[in-house]
Ligand binder design. Structure first.
Ligand SMILES: *[C@@H]1O[C@H](CO)[C@@H](O)[C@H](O)[C@H]1NC(C)=O
Ligand SMILES: *[C@@H]1O[C@H](CO)[C@@H](O)[C@H](O)[C@H]1NC(C)=O
Ligand SMILES: *[C@@H]1O[C@H](CO)[C@@H](O)[C@H](O)[C@H]1NC(C)=O
Ligand SMILES: *[C@@H]1O[C@H](CO)[C@@H](O)[C@H](O)[C@H]1NC(C)=O
Ligand SMILES: *[C@@H]1O[C@H](CO)[C@@H](O)[C@H](O)[C@H]1NC(C)=O
Ligand SMILES: *[C@@H]1O[C@H](CO)[C@@H](O)[C@H](O)[C@H]1NC(C)=O
Length: 799
């Protein structure tokens, strides 16, 4: 018995040991003539390994049952591939082999025995294949003691230290993350001996780096005169090219393992391996380049823009995506372009440019009208760029590609469209792509699941990494489909309802000095909120503005402006318009439209308030609901207000409500917790119960607060009066309870604000308001209506 047990134990131990041993197959120093490597499906099959183990080579899976013969960094966490033999022609797992034939030719064959790739070498004497510690796979002729073939001559998307990039070699990006196929970006020397990043699209190609705005390569410290065309990264992390382009890794020095990779987003990055984690740090990026300036990213008509600091493609208003899975295919008009100049007009996009493809009618110092007409009457012209910087630069364009949007940019683009889609008497329409992005015509290119790369503290690098590290194709497709449904539906609505479209007026970055001057050194404080004080000011052009000085912003300048530009692009008549911002280190300010008539709380709760009739209150209820509904639903539900209360509902001279202070949750989001909000924000009394329960906050929290505001509008009573007086058990509901009880016991009439003139009392409307309000303040957020439903309910009585 004891023996049997011992025997079983022994078997167990030996099998475990065997499994352990076989789970790391032997690395071969070289592949000899007549032998071959197969796909690593069985555990005891071998791979090549460099003498000190830095690199390995064998088949790697690049898709479902799709394999490429690859070389990779043995010790990087995701076993980063640096070279592939059959990049565009993966083979299946079964029977595919890499064989070194007796004649000195190394051949990759697929399951059917057909040749997929070969070195095309020949040698009468003995040859062996080895991976060197540099990552170079070489065929070594042992008799001649020389290398007859090396993978360094045929780079894919990565250049390793000591691997020269020469005249006839090109780095080609991957098409997307997770596929091995050739992409659309190249790094190579052009005919002028200058090293370039090139967008090599199906129809067009263009150089996007270095981009010389009107200047020449000399301005960039480069030269076209050295025709040797060779560039190399040395072991210390210094890159030197014959055109005098030079850079050093940020961790310059001998030691770190590095790679220079042209990533699938078109950006060239130098990475250094952190051996302790196996993750890559970015140790160099080209200056003057960022994701949106990479050509071809968003295709024809597509515009690259930043949202949440991540680049995303959007289609301009009236345009839809060509291919939901591939942004590089761009957008197509959802209308027929007309060649008849009498039928065409222009749609304006601020802070936007489409790079390149200028017609020869390009002009300097052209008056705007002349520029516009030259494009209108030229059937080749799809649109034009005009810079309002006083120089009158006019760029009529035959193609609208390489679009990008920067809040800082002075450039304005005019896209030619048929008159009927913009139904505006004046011709040119002020539309923004941004405002339109709110209509759902956009999909993130990236989200935040950077794998294999270590995050950098620098926000800029961080988003670039996030951009590389993530390209959820499925996700893009899903979002795309979603967008498809929403947007298809919306196009028609929006065309008719042009009033809704953003009427863009320069969203601007102000300097601190400018704002200091405008507010006379922050003299006249007109309000104070949780996020800072608000000052009245007058801009140079005479516009009266409200300047809000934000306190406690943790974000860096670039992150801040990315968030702010998103808020700035929200345009709705019931939302206070953001004109611009200032971000100079600790100075973070927002510049709003100044709304004349102060806020709703002054009308309801001040000592001697002006009278508000029922009709006016109703209008305020509807307008506020419309504004919030726009934030929640038409902007992809990403803007929650989180602090809806009468103080944040401003009234203009027509008593039209304008919701203020939205988007603050974006600027003040807890940077350490990406999801949700970690601390309660908002104002007691207006807070939905889920805030207290530490539950996820969604748009229904705003609905609750809105409901409370409605109750206040009807009753004229302030929710906070109830908070202080009575016991604390269910404090948020006290106005609610008071209302319901009073209505039950004494009737609806008893809860109406006595200040509402009797002759105005329309009980239908009062009832409607109260019913909507009570449905909004239900404890169960799922029972509360969405803001759009609220608008619907309130407008029903109008019919
Ligand atoms: C292996 O050799 C390469 C090239 O000589 C060197 O850069 C690297 O540091 C070596 N790695 C180890 C683990 O010794
Ligand atoms: C580039 O040229 C060199 C020398 O002429 C040659 O050895 C190499 O195979 C060529 N590489 C490619 C990718 O054609
Ligand atoms: C051209 O570039 C190569 C490689 O950087 C360098 O060795 C050579 O000296 C340069 N020639 C001239 C004329 O500058
Ligand atoms: C565009 O023109 C085609 C054919 O001329 C027509 O079938 C189609 O309905 C038109 N589309 C629109 C949106 O007007
Ligand atoms: C456009 O309108 C003008 C004036 O109304 C007219 O003279 C011209 O012939 C029209 N052009 C076309 C192409 O219809
Ligand atoms: C469009 O913008 C221009 C300049 O900002 C302005 O003068 C014009 O009134 C705007 N048009 C409309 C319809 O708002």
């Amino acid at each position: 018995m004891e023996f049997a047990r011992f025997f079983i134990l022994l078997c167990f131990v030996t099998t475990t040991v065997c499994i352990k041993a076989s789970s790391s197959p032997p690395g071969l120093p070289s592949l000899r003539e007549g032998s071959s490597l197969a796909v690593l499906d069985k555990q005891n099959e071998a791979f090549l390994v460099s003498p000190n183990g830095t690199f390995s080579a064998a088949f790697r899976e690049v898709g479902i049952n799709a394999f490429c013969f690859s070389i990779w960094f043995t010790n990087s966490a995701d076993k980063t591939i640096v070279w592939m033999a059959n990049r565009n022609t993966p083979v299946s797992g079964k029977k595919s082999r890499m064989t070194l034939h007796k004649n000195g030719n190394m051949v990759l064959t697929d399951a059917f025995g057909s040749i997929v790739w070969s070195t095309n070498t020949f040698s009468a004497s003995a040859v062996e294949a080895r991976v060197l510690d540099t990552g170079n796979l070489v065929l070594f002729d042992q008799a001649k003691k020389m290398v007859i073939w090396e993978s360094f001559d045929f780079p894919t998307d990565t250049l390793l230290p000591l691997q020269p990039l020469v005249k006839n070699t090109t780095l080609v990006s991957m098409r997307s993350k997770g596929t091995s196929l050739n992409g659309i970006y190249n790094l190579k020397f052009d005919d002028n001996n200058v090293l370039n990043l090139i967008y090599n699209g199906p129809q067009i190609s263009s150089i996007y780096w270095p981009r010389q705005p009107g200047g020449d390569v000399f301005d960039l410290g480069r030269t076209p005169y050295n025709s040797s065309r060779v560039a190399i990264l040395d072991e210390f992390g210094r890159f030197l090219s014959s055109d005098l382009m030079e850079f050093r890794a940020s961790d310059y020095g001998f030691g770190p393992k590095r790679r220079l990779t042209l990533d699938y987003d078109g950006i060239l990055r130098l990475y250094s391996l952190d051996e302790s984690t196996g993750l890559w740090d970015i140790s160099w990026l080209p200056g003057r380049i960022d994701s949106c300036l990479v050509d071809g990213l968003c295709g024809e008509y597509g515009i690259c823009s930043y949202k949440n600091v991540k680049p995303a493609c959007i289609c301009p208003f009236g345009f839809e995506r060509n291919d939901l899975s591939d942004w590089s295919k761009g957008c197509r008009p959802s209308f027929n372009l007309s060649h008849d100049s009498n039928m065409s007009t222009f749609m304006r996009l601020h802070h936007t440019d489409y790079y390149g493809y200028d017609l020869e009618t390009i002009r300097f110092e052209a008056p705007f009208e002349q520029c516009r007409n030259s494009c209108l009457t030229d059937s080749r012209c799809r649109g034009f760029g005009y810079s309002f910087d006083g120089k009158g630069m006019c760029f009529p364009k035959s193609q609208l590609v390489n679009g990008y949007q920067m809040p800082d940019s002075q450039s304005v683009i005019y896209i030619k469209v048929p008159k009927k889609i913009v139904s505006s008497p004046t011709g040119t329409v002020n539309a923004t792509a941004e405002g339109l992005s709110c209509s759902g015509a956009e999909v993130f290119l990236a989200n935040n699941d950077a794998k294999g790369e270590k995050r950098d503290k620098n926000g800029y690098v961080k988003y670039l990494v996030a951009f590389v590290g993530s390209f959820g194709v499925i996700e893009v497709i899903c979002l795309g489909l979603w967008w498809w449904f929403i947007y298809r539906k919306r196009v028609n609505e929006e065309v008719i309802n042009m009033g809704y479209i953003a009427v863009a007026m320069g969203f601007k970055r102000f300097t601190y000095k400018e704002l200091k001057r405008a507010t006379k050194n922050f003299k006249e404080e007109v309000g104070k909120g949780g996020f800072g004080s608000v000052y009245k000011g007058t801009l140079e052009d005479g516009r009266v503005v409200a300047v809000k000085r934000l306190e406690g912003i943790l974000q860096g300048n670039s992150e801040f402006w990315a968030e702010v530009s998103v808020i700035g692009n929200i345009n709705h008549r019931n939302l206070v318009k953001l004109w611009g911002f200032c971000a100079e280190d600790e100075h973070k300010l927002l510049v709003y439209d100044y709304v004349e008539n102060s806020s709703l709380d002054k009308f309801l709760f001040s000592a001697s308030p002006p009278t508000l009739g029922l009709e006016q209150r109703y209008k305020i209820a509807v307008g506020t609901a419309k504004g919030l509904s726009y934030l929640h639903e038409e902007c992809l539900e990403w803007v929650l207000h989180c602090d809806v209360k009468p103080q944040n509902i401003l009234l203009d001279d027509q008593l039209e409500p304008k919701v203020a202070d939205f988007g603050m949750s974006k600027l003040f989001k807890d940077v350490t917790h990406d999801v949700g909000f970690s601390r309660v924000r908002g104002t007691r009394g207006y807070l939905a119960p889920e805030w207290m329960m530490n539950m996820k906050i969604d748009a229904k929290a705003d609905v609750y607060s809105y409901g409370i505001v409605l109750l206040e509008l009807v009753s004229g009573k302030c929710v906070s009066d109830f908070l202080s007086a009575v016991a604390q058990d269910n404090e948020f509901n006290h106005l609610v309870q008071w209302m319901t009880k009073k209505i039950q016991q004494e009737g609806l009439k008893e809860v109406i604000d006595p200040r509402i003139p009797d002759n105005e009392l329309d009980m239908m409307k009062v009832e409607r308001l109260v019913n909507v309000a009570l449905s909004c303040v239900q404890d169960d957020r799922h029972s509360r209506p969405a803001m759009s439903k609220v608008v619907e309910l309130l407008l029903e009585t109008d019919e």
